[in-house]
Design a protein. Structure first.
Length: 313
């Protein structure tokens, strides 16, 4: 009888622990459920729709409904003559922007760090962050007016210095449209990388620099052999995020040039938009979006592999 009672009590305790364990496991899932549902509705569902739509011919201006085309949209991508120029523009736009952003950000971070060490010009940090804090549309319109050929500040300043030959219609010239917008993107994007680099520099002990200085290393060598190697994880993270943002950037180019003139400043995102909402070829635009997603995913993976796993630690 006693054994039976002991087993019953033990079973009750085990069952109670199991119920408490189940409830404890359900609590995080219950708390995360609203976020997971919202993510599924806002992100996952549209991605699935775009993926499915890429296999159909969806052109409301030509015919109603969806018509199965299989890989037809992807075959059209291969034969699209305009897409070659768009892809080249995307490469120039992305790599050019991020390389210049990093160089400007690194130089600025060194200046700000040196100034802050002397407890002078503490307002520099806030001043340099202003371009990043400025709304995208506001910054794009400001630079668009700056580039305006008749009343813009840039061309008027060049004419005032007697450089009339250099005063160009920057955003309407096929040769200068993309570089002009690229400069705007560098202006807007470098503060983010600068702040990331400053936070990384703050984590480097001063003792390392002092020891290197005692050993006779000048400022350039200390930067090359101490600052840059120790900033490698920060550089990887900040430039990777900037690469993704820049490659997917739409607003800046669309506001300043609309992809013109004659598509000379089109990148993949603006080209997708034009196919979807100008030509109303939603199936082809969906296929382009799938290609865009694949490029970003594989490019990010290759970039991380290129810098090495130690850059993540």
């Amino acid at each position: 009888m006693a054994d039976t009672t002991t087993l019953s009590v033990s079973g009750a305790r085990t069952g109670g622990r199991r119920r408490r364990s189940t409830r404890s496991a359900l609590v995080p899932a219950t708390m995360l459920a609203p976020t997971l549902i919202a993510t599924g509705v806002v992100i996952a569902f549209p991605v699935v729709v775009v993926l499915v739509e890429s296999f159909f011919d969806v052109r409301p201006s030509h015919h109603p409904g969806w018509r199965w085309t299989g890989l037809g949209n992807f075959r059209e991508i291969v034969s699209d003559a305009d897409l070659h120029g768009v892809l080249w523009n995307s490469v120039v736009w992305t790599l050019g922007s991020v390389v210049l952003q990093f160089l400007l950000a690194f130089a600025t971070a060194l200046i700000v760090r040196a100034a802050l060490q002397g407890r002078a010009w503490t307002w520099l940090r806030s001043l340099y962050v202003l371009p990043w804090a400025t709304p995208m549309i506001v910054g794009a319109l400001s630079w668009k007016w700056l580039y305006e050929p008749q009343y813009g500040l840039l061309d008027n300043a060049l004419r005032g210095m007697g450089l009339d030959r250099i005063a160009l219609p920057w955003l309407s010239d096929p040769h200068t449209a993309l570089p002009a917008v690229l400069v705007t993107n560098v202006w807007r994007g470098f503060p983010f990388i600068m702040v990331m680099l400053l936070s990384g520099m703050a984590a480097i002990p001063d003792d390392i620099y002092e020891a290197a200085q005692v050993d006779g290393a000048d400022g350039f060598r200390r930067t090359l052999h101490i600052t840059l190697p120790l900033l490698r994880p920060t550089i990887m993270l900040s430039t990777l995020m900037s690469l993704i943002w820049t490659f997917n950037n739409f607003s800046l180019i669309y506001v300043m040039t609309g992809g013109g003139p004659a598509g000379k400043s089109d990148i993949l995102t603006t080209y997708v938009y034009k196919n979807a909402f100008t030509r109303f070829d939603f199936g082809y635009a969906s296929a382009l979006s799938v290609v865009l997603f694949v490029i970003v995913t594989l490019g990010s993976f290759a970039y991380v592999r290129l810098l090495g796993k130690d850059a993540l630690t």
